[in-house]
Ligand binder design. Structure first.
Ligand SMILES: Nc1ncnc2c1ncn2[C@@H]1O[C@H](COP(=O)(O)OP(=O)(O)OP(=O)(O)O)[C@@H](O)[C@H]1O
Ligand SMILES: [Mg+2]
Length: 404
């Protein structure tokens, strides 16, 4: 029998580059435009629901920045939920030192040797030790110290070829301030960059995160409303979804039929993670059917239950019965599931034997926000935070409904 040497190319994962990055042309152009600013008036937020492709989009624009002569530094902030201001500063210095350590700076001068020779500048590498030492000897608040270090770096860069530095932080919603511990890492970051940009120093922030990010920034510093441009990544349209499905399997011995491509695109709702997940399953099934010489057909029911058990059920399992009832009421809202507390209480009166009162609904929704089920959008309304969760909820059996 002919051996299949084509490996499953699909990658349902967090942050792994897909075999083909579909769509995102307008968003990439928006990033290119932002790079043209001089001086920098706007920084960038890349936002969207879980699994929509924020991390891989950030990865995909990095080479554009580099090609346009920007230095690029940054990390993933997923582990930084309790970061202090000092840690934030240390993080920035560490990231920065990766690109500055091959630059030098003048730290003094020594007398030239020989008659008539002037003084010679003494130069040091701007490695982490240097940046950290400069930070430590500078008096003042963490933000003052950080500004001095960053300004020093720019003073050594400005006559060079690089246009500036992009500081890119993924999962930036974790940087939120902790007023109870008097720690304001997010405000620190915003203050420092605003001050540098006022001095026309081209250091730019690119923050990536869940839809809560923008409101967290505005809560930390109201001026951030004007400081950022937002790229919202959404679901892929149907043409892009089809490309995400078909391009990776070009040359594969068992091409997906037209019908299966349409069904996968429809079932995924255009959400990149779900496209990868479903395609990976379909590919495995097709490759077996192909090897056995069977006609190829997609068992969508089985794929949906696998998606339910691997993706949704672990999240659903964390909710209490009453929270599930509330989520069910939310899932009954309009198409996008955008809702206010009042709408939820009204709807619950029509659906439930024991409806929610408004203060109770308020508290419970706040809890659902913490749990990552819903988030508050820019218009102050709530929405479901996980793509396709609505359909999943509606598939569940819920206790306490009227007429049941
Ligand atoms: N434009 C795209 N075309 C095809 N696949 C994509 C695209 N964007 C993302 N993916 C795939 O979707 C999945 C999720 O991508 P990614 O991890 O970047 O999402 P995310 O928005 O950062 O998620 P999270 O909020 O969990 O961090 C990955 O498997 C990735 O390969
Ligand atoms: Mg991500």
């Amino acid at each position: 029998m002919e051996k299949v040497v084509f490996n499953n190319p699909f990658r349902p994962s967090s942050g792994h580059m897909p075999p083909y990055l579909a769509g995102r042309t307008i968003e990439t152009q928006q990033f290119r435009r932002i790079l043209q600013q001089s001086p920098i008036l706007k920084n960038l937020i890349i936002t969207g629901l879980r699994g929509v492709g924020k991390t891989v989009f950030l990865e995909s624009i990095k080479p554009i920045g580099v090609q346009e002569d920007w230095l690029w530094v940054g990390t993933d902030m997923s582990e930084s939920a309790s970061i202090t201001e000092e840690n934030m500063a240390l993080r920035l210095l560490t990231d920065l030192s990766i690109v500055t350590s091959n630059m030098t700076t003048v730290v003094g001068e020594e007398k030239g040797i020989g008659f008539g020779k002037g003084n010679e500048p003494i130069r040091r590498d701007m490695n982490f030790q240097f940046l950290n030492a400069l930070f430590n000897v500078t008096p003042g608040l963490v933000s003052d110290k950080l500004k001095v270090v960053l300004e020093r770096v720019w003073s050594e860069m400005k006559s060079g070829e690089k246009k500036g530095i992009i500081f890119a932080y993924d999962e930036a919603q974790n940087l939120c301030d902790h007023s109870e511990d008097r720690q304001y890492p997010l405000s620190l970051l915003l203050d420092v960059f605003q001050s540098l940009q006022r001095k026309e120093i081209p250091f730019m922030l690119v923050l990536t995160g869940l839809p809560t990010l923008f409101s967290e920034l505005v809560e930390a510093r109201t001026y951030t409303e004007r400081m950022f441009e937002i790229i919202t990544l959404g679901r892929l349209n149907s043409a892009d979804s089809r490309e995400a499905i078909q391009k990776p399997i070009q040359g594969c011995p068992f091409p997906f039929t037209e019908e299966s491509v349409s069904s996968i695109a429809g079932l995924s709702g255009g959400y990149p993670y779900f496209i990868q997940f479903i395609c990976r399953e379909v590919y495995d099934i097709f490759s077996q059917q192909y090897l056995l010489g069977h006609t190829m057909s997609v068992p969508f029911e089985a794929i949906i239950s696998k998606l339910d058990s691997e993706f949704f059920a672990p999240r659903w399992g964390k909710a209490t019965d009453r929270q599930r009832v509330l989520l069910y009421v939310i899932a009954q809202a309009d198409d996008d599931c955008e809702f206010t507390v009042q709408e939820v209480t009204e709807k619950s009166a029509t659906l439930l034997e024991e409806p929610f009162g408004s203060s109770n609904a308020n508290q419970m929704i706040a809890k659902l926000v913490d749990m990552g089920f819903v988030y508050r959008n820019r218009h102050g309304k709530y929405m479901l935070a996980v793509p396709l969760l609505k359909k999943y909820i509606l598939r569940q059996s819920i206790v306490g409904l009227k007429n049941k």
